[in-house]
Design a protein around this ligand. Structure first.
Ligand SMILES: NC(=O)C1=CN([C@@H]2O[C@H](COP(=O)(O)OP(=O)(O)OC[C@H]3O[C@@H](n4cnc5c(N)ncnc54)[C@H](OP(=O)(O)O)[C@@H]3O)[C@@H](O)[C@H]2O)C=CC1
Ligand SMILES: CC(=O)C(=O)O
Ligand SMILES: [Mg+2]
Length: 561
C-alpha cells in the first residue's frame, strides 16, 4: 500500500511513514532471522511471519530455500511438533488460525456430518478473500515423522507440507488447507501434560476410526468437492487401510507410501545408474535390505519393484526376490512364528531354511546387500560394523538412512563416509552437512531423499489435470521424471537428486509428467489441460505457478497476500 492509499483508507497514522519494497523487507527479516540462535526460535519467527506477511514469508522461503527448508520443515518441524502445545499461543497473530482443527470426541459428543461441515467452513485464513482450497494435507498425528504419536501437536506437519507446496510448486497459499484430525492420542506423556492442547482421550478402536474418517472425508467433500487430499503421517496400518479404501474413489494419495516410494525410487535409479557406470554392477545384480517395514519402507519397496519389472524386464517374482525386509523382530520370513501385519506378508522370505536372523549385522552377512535403506526411526542402527561390512562387500555401497528428523536417522553422512573410505552412495531423509575428506580436502555433498521432491509436483499436476483419481502410473511417472530431471552438472557431481534451489523447475517437470500420464490413461478431466498441445504442457504448468510479488513491487508490511 503506498502513502496515498494509506491516507485514503485512514490508515496513515497506524504505521511509520516509510513505504518499502519487498526486497528491503526481506533484508530486514533475514537479519532478524539469522540473529536467532536456535532453529526453533527461527521456526517461531517464520511461523509468525507466515500468518502476518504471507508474501514476504514466501519470498524468503522461495529465494532462500536451502537455508529455510531445515527451519520450516525437517528437522525443525519435528521439534516444533514436540513443542506445539507449549508454543501454540505464541505462533500466530491473535485471531489468525494456522490450520483447521477437527476435534472428534469419542463419545456422545462426536460431531455429526453437519457439525463437521460447519467446522470446516469456519476456517477462513484470508478474511477478505474468497477461500476455495484445492489441496488439503490431513494427519491424525498418530505417526509424526519418526517421533511417534503426537496427537494434535501433529498439525505442524500439514502446515509444513503445504508451505512446501507453495514454495516448491507454486500452489497459491490461498488454495491450501492444513488439517489435523484430533481423535485423541495414545501418548501417555501428552495425556498427563497440563499444557497438552488436544483431546484427552485414547484413540478409538478400528471401527470407530474408519467411521470417523469416512465422516470427515464426506464433510470435506461437501464443502470442497474437488479438493485433492494428501494423507500424511498416519500410523502405518491406517495409512495402508485408508489408501486401499480411497485411492480409486477420490482424488487423494498417501505421501508416506506413494510420495516416499517415488522419491526414493528416483534416488535409487540414479544410484543404480552411477554404480553401473563406475563399478560395473548390473541393475539386476542389486539386493536391497529395508531396515524398517512400515508404510514408508513398503511404499518404497513397491516402487523399486515396479521399476525392475518395467525397466529391466524382471518378472514380478524375480523382482520381489530382490528385497529383504526387517522389522523390530528381525528379518521378515514366512516361518518366523508371529502373525505378520498384512503389508509385510508380500515381502516375507521363504528361502531362509528355517534360520531366523535378528541382528542387522547377521542379516547383512546373510543377504550381502548392495543397497541398505533405513526407514525404522532407530537412530544409529547402521553401526560402524554394519557400514564397514557393506563397504567390504561393495565397491560403492548404497546407503539411505531415511528416517526423520535427523535425530532418528539410522546413521549420519559423516559416519557413512568414514566407515566406507568415502565410497558410500548416500541419501538421508533430513539434510546432513557436507563432508570434507581430511587428506584431500575433497568435499562431498550428501543427497536428501525426502518426499518434498515429489509431493509438490505431484499435487500441482493433479490439480491441473483433475484426474478422477491418482493412479500408480502417475506416481511412477513422477518418480521417473524426478530421476531424469538432473542437469549434466548435477550428474557429473554424482548427485542423486537435483539441488533444492531448482525445486520449482523440478516440480514443474514432475507436474508435467503427471499431467501427461493422466491424459494417457484417460483420467484427466480438466478441459483446459486437454486443450493444450502435448508439447506445451510444461509452459502451461509453469504459467499456473503462483509467485509472491516481484522484487520491485511496493508492498505494505501489513498486507498478508
Ligand atoms: N525420507 C522421507 O521422505 C520419509 C521418511 N519417513 C520416515 O520413515 C520412518 C518410518 O515411517 P513409517 O514406515 O511410516 O513408520 P512405522 O513406525 O510404521 O515403521 C517403522 C518400522 O521400523 C520397524 N522397527 C522399529 N524398531 C526396529 C528395530 N529395532 N529394528 C528393525 N526395525 C525396527 C518397525 O517394526 P514393527 O513393524 O515390528 O513395529 C516398523 O516396521 C519415519 O522416521 C519417517 O519419518 C517417512 C516418510 C518419508
Ligand atoms: C518426510 C516425511 O513425510 C516423513 O518423514 O514422514
Ligand atoms: Mg510423512
Amino acid at each position: 500500500m503506498d502513502t496515498a492509499q494509506r491516507a485514503r483508507l485512514g490508515l496513515n497514522a497506524l504505521s511509520p511513514s516509510r513505504v518499502e519494497t519487498l526486497a528491503i523487507q526481506k533484508r530486514r527479516a533475514m537479519r532478524q532471522l539469522r540473529s536467532k540462535s536456535s532453529l526453533l526460535e527461527k521456526y517461531i519467527f517464520m511461523a509468525q511471519m507466515r500468518t502476518t506477511q504471507t508474501h514476504l514469508f514466501y519470498k524468503i522461503v522461495i529465494e532462500e530455500l536451502e537455508e529455510l527448508a531445515p527451519v520450516i520443515y525437517t528437522p525443525t518441524v519435528g521439534t516444533a511438533c514436540l513443542e506445539y502445545s507449549n508454543m501454540y499461543p505464541f505462533l500466530a497473530a491473535p485471531g489468525v488460525s494456522d490450520g483447521l482443527y477437527l476435534t472428534y470426541p469419542n463419545s456422545a459428543a462426536a460431531p455429526t456430518t453437519s457439525d463437521l461441515v460447519s467446522m470446516i467452513k469456519q476456517y477462513q485464513p484470508f478474511p477478505n478473500e474468497i477461500y476455495q482450497p484445492e489441496i488439503a494435507v490431513i494427519s491424525d498425528g498418530s505417526r509424526i515423522l519418526g517421533l511417534g504419536d503426537l496427537g494434535v501437536n501433529g498439525i505442524g506437519i500439514p502446515i509444513g507440507k503445504l508451505q512446501l507446496y507453495v514454495a516448491g510448486a507454486g500452489i497459491d497459499p490461498r488454495k491450501t488447507l492444513p488439517i489435523i484430525l484430533d481423535l485423541g492420542t495414545n501418548n501417555d506423556k501428552f495425556l498427563e501434560d497440563e499444557f497438552y492442547l488436544g483431546l484427552r482421550q485414547r484413540r478409538p478402536d478400528e471401527q470407530q476410526f474408519y467411521e470417523s474418517v469416512e465422516k470427515v472425508i464426506q464433510s470435506i467433500h461437501q464443502v470442497y468437492p474437488d479438493i485433492l487430499i494428501q494423507f500424511e503421517d498416519w500410523s502405518s496400518e491406517h495409512a495402508f487401510g485408508l489408501l486401499e479404501k480411497y485411492q480409486k474413489k477420490m482424488l487423494c494419495f498417501n505421501d508416506d507410501i506413494q510420495g516416499t516410494g517415488a522419491v526414493i525410487l528416483s534416488g535409487v535409479i540414479n544410484a543404480i545408474r552411477r554404480v553401473q557406470k563406475e563399478s560395473g554392477v548390473e541393475p539386476q545384480g542389486h539386493r536391497v535390505v529395508f531396515y524398517g517395514a512400515g508404510s514408508a519402507a513398503i511404499g518404497v519397496a513397491r516402487q523399486i519393484q515396479e521399476y525392475f519389472q518395467i525397466e529391466h524386464g524382471l518378472t514380478e517374482e524375480q523382482a520381489r526376490q530382490l528385497f529383504w525386509i526387517v522389522d523390530s523382530k528381525g528379518l521378515v520370513t514366512v516361518d518366523r512364528g508371529d502373525k505378520l501385519a498384512q503389508h509385510k506378508t508380500y515381502y516375507a522370505r521363504n528361502d531362509n531354511q528355517g534360520q531366523q536372523y535378528k541382528s542387522l549385522l547377521d542379516i547383512v552377512e546373510y543377504v550381502k546387500p548392495t543397497v541398505l535403506i533405513g526407514l525404522s526411526s532407530i537412530p544409529g542402527a547402521f553401526t560402524e560394523q554394519v557400514l564397514r561390512r557393506l563397504a567390504a562387500l561393495n565397491e560403492q555401497p548404497i546407503v539411505f538412512p531415511l528416517s526423520n528428523p535427523a535425530t532418528q536417522a539410522e546413521c549420519t553422512f559423516e559416519q557413512a563416509m568414514q566407515a566406507t573410505e568415502h565410497r558410500v552412495i548416500f541419501a538421508s531423509g533430513t539434510a546432513f552437512p557436507a563432508f570434507t575428506e581430511p587428506l584431500t580436502q575433497k568435499r562431498h555433498i550428501p543427497g536428501q531423499g525426502n518426499n518434498m521432491y515429489i509431493f509438490p509436483g505431484l499435487g500441482l499436476g493433479a490439480v491441473l489435470a483433475k484426474p478422477t483419481y491418482i493412479s500408480d502410473g502417475m506416481i511412477y511417472a513422477a518418480a521417473k521424471a524426478l530421476a531424469d530431471s538432473l542437469s549434466q552438472d548435477e550428474i557429473q557431481q554424482g548427485w542423486l537428486y537435483p539441488t533444492l534451489t531448482r525445486i520449482r523447475q523440478v516440480s514443474a517437470i514432475v507436474a508435467t509428467a503427471v499431467c501427461h500420464e493422466a491424459i494417457t490413461e484417460n483420467l484427466a478431466q480438466s478441459a483446459h489441460l486437454l486443450a493444450v498441445p502435448k508439447d506445451d504442457i510444461l509452459p502451461y504448468v509453469v504459467k499456473h505457478m503462483w509467485a509472491p510479488h516481484s522484487l520491485d513491487a511496493l508492498a505494505s508490511s501489513s498486507s498478508r497476500i
